[in-house]
Design a binder for this molecule. Sequence first.
Ligand code: UTP
Length: 312
Amino acid sequence: MAKPVSVRWRGRTPAVQDRTGNMQIRKAVFPVGGLGTRFLPATKALPKEMLPIVDKPLIQYAVEEARAAGIEEFIFVTGRGKTAIEDHFDHSYELEDLLSSRDKDQALAQIRDSVPPAGQVAYTRQQEPLGLGHAVWCARNLIGDEPFAVLLADDLILGEDPCLRQMVEAAGETGGNVVAVMDVPREHTGRYGVLDVGADDGRLAEVRGLVEKPDPAEAPSTLSVIGRYILVPEVFDYLSQMERGAGGEIQLTDAMAKLIGDHPFYGLRFTGTRFDCGDKLGFLKATVAFGLARDDLQEGLGAFLEDLVAGR
Ligand code: UTP
């Protein structure tokens, strides 16, 4: 597993320090309590996060990204019907025995490697899907008093450098909160948390304000937050207030907005291509892009797509 990346942290006295006194981002929250209604009927009995892109479930991509960023503790906020996720990150002795007896070494290594070390995974249940902010709040006692990451598995990012690793590095420069951001078409601002931008060097944009799902005409910019966050634990103080926001849900964006001014807060324009896999078209695009990025599939899939476009 990758070594934790050290991050200098301003604000509250750091709870976890390395030998040089720098802060570490050790814990990540994976909210997987949503209903996935846009993918019904596929998600009636199968969690949305278990939908595969090529041959790996969405949630495994997110966990691997977190591992590459030095995360050591993986906290899943689950809900009803999500037990497949717990099974996925556990050993399957029958399957491992079978693969071993058939000398399927590569497949065996793959499935063993996907299981996080014992004691480094925790599950807590969001009894009611009251919104993303509520899901993150459900992890408060498991996080405690240290900065942490949040990853939404349905935002999948294709790139050389894992997005969360870039964010941990950025947080080392800025301290405080860092969210991954990208420019979206103005007509899509109603789907995102949107930044009111202060100082901006083209990579890091200072967050002066945050609005959840604004109408295009009222959006302060088109720079929008995607499903990757590094947050200070003070966010729980605001989430505890249980205020309902856009769509009647307890929104993470609203609690994050209250941190502005008290803690450094930046949006990072990450490198990589992001796919919204909670949406059918985004999911299909991700399947094609990840397929084309695979050595074993590139040629066959590329030829098929060319034929398809040419109407052959
Ligand atoms: P979405 O807005 O995509 O909602 O949630 P959803 O329920 O998963 O999917 P649709 O819109 O009905 O198709 C964004 C992320 O927040 C989590 C989801 O699991 C997803 O990772 N979430 C959302 C929760 O964990 N709990 C909630 O109450 C809401």
